[in-house]
Design a binder for this molecule. Sequence first.
Ligand code: URA
Ligand code: CA
Length: 437
Amino acid sequence: MRTFDARDVVARKRDGETVGDGDIEAFVRAFTAGEIADEVAAAFLMAAYIRGLNAGETLALTRAYVSSGRTIGLRSIERPLVDKHSTGGVGDTVTLVFAPLAASLGLAVAKLSGRGLGHTGGTIDKLEAIPGMRTDLSAEELERQVGRIGCAVAAQGADIVPADGRLYALRDATATVASIPLIAASVMSKKLAITSDLVLLDVKAGSGAFMKTPEAAAELARACIEIARAEGRAVRAAVTDMSQPLGRAIGNALDVAEAVDVLSARASGRLREVVETLAAAALTSVAGAGEEEARTRAARSLDDGAALERFREMVEAQGGDPRVADDPGAVLPVAAVVHPVASEGSGYVSAVDAEALGRAAAALGAGRRRKDEPIDPSVGIVLRAGIGDLVEARQPLALVHAADADAARAATDAVRSAFTLSGAAVAPPPLVLGWLE
Ligand code: URA
Ligand code: CA
C-alpha cells in the first residue's frame, strides 16, 4: 500500500490531476486530527479553488466532512422534516420566517445555523438579539422542541462537521471561499449531518451573494443537488435574487423586527414572497399539496397569525422574551443614533451594491471581520429605496442605526455610494429566478 503524503495530494491538485476518494478522505481525517499544518491545507484549498474539483472529488470531500463529526438522527419526529438552507446573503432573514411558517403548516424544521462572517449576516446572531434567547441547544433539546412545537433554530455545534468549520476559517483567511465545489461540499455536509425528508436550497445570486450571476448560482445548485442525489436525499433548489438586500433591514435586531413584520402580515414585499414560495415548495414536495393550494395555505398562515404564534412559541421555548412577537420595538435593543442618508440627486434606483451595504453594516458593528469578534445587535441599516423606486434629491435612501454619531457619519458615504440612480425607469428584478431538482 502506498503511504499517504499530504504534500503529494497538494501537488496533484496543483497540477490539475484528479485526487482519489481515499486520498481526499485521508487528507481531511489527518487535518481534523491536527496532523496536517494549516499552510498545507490552505495550499490544497487554493489548488482546489483554481483547478476545481470534479463531481467525484466534491462528493468525497463532502463525505469526509460529514465523517469528521457526529450526526443527528431526529428519529422521534413524525412530521415531514424540511431543512431549508439559504446560501448567504445580505439582510437575509428567510430562516426566521420560514421555520415557524413551515411548523404552522404541519411540517417540522430542525435548523442548525451559523454566525455571520464578512458581509453576510448569520441567523444565530440575529436570534441572539432577542433578550434571553438561547441558541446552544443540545441535540436532545433540539429534537424535543421540534417534536413539541414543530420548529427550532439552533447554533451548529462544533461537533458537527468540524472539518468544515476549520477549513472554512482557513478559506475565509485565504480568499478561497467563492469556489463552487468548496461551497457545495461545505453546505451539503451540514445538510447531510442531520436527518431530513427534504433539503430545500435557496441559492442566492447577485451583488450580495457568493455567486454574482444566476448562471453561477445555478451551477452551485446543480453541484449541491448532485451530492444530495448521490446520498439518496430528496432535494430541490431555487435560485433567488440577491442583487439587492432581501427586505429592507440589514442587521440583527433590525432583521428580527423585519421578520416579525412579515410573520404578522404587516409587511408584504420580497422577503414574504421568497418565504411563501419556499414554504409552498416544501408542502408540494413532502405533503403532497397541489401548487396553488400550497401557496394559499402558506399565505393564510401568515395572514391569520398561525405562523406568528409558532414564532412566539419557538422564542419562548428557547428562553427568549416572547413579547418580541407582539412589539419588537419594545423588546429588542435599539441603536443610540439613527441617521438618514439623503440622496444627492434624483432618479430611479437602477442598482444596489448589496455587498457594499453588508460591509457597511458590518463596519457599524452588525457583523464581524474575524470569527469570534463580538457584534452589536442594535446597529445596522434600514433601506428606504430599492431597485425600481423613484427617489428625489435630499430624500432618504436609507437610515443608518449606529452606536454613535462618528460611526453613523462613517457609514453614510458607503451607503450612499451603494445606490446607482438612472434617469430612465427601471423594472425591479424578478425574485425567483428558477428551480432546479
Ligand atoms: N456557506 C457555507 O456554509 N459554506 C460555504 O462555503 C459558503 C457559504
Ligand atoms: Ca432583511
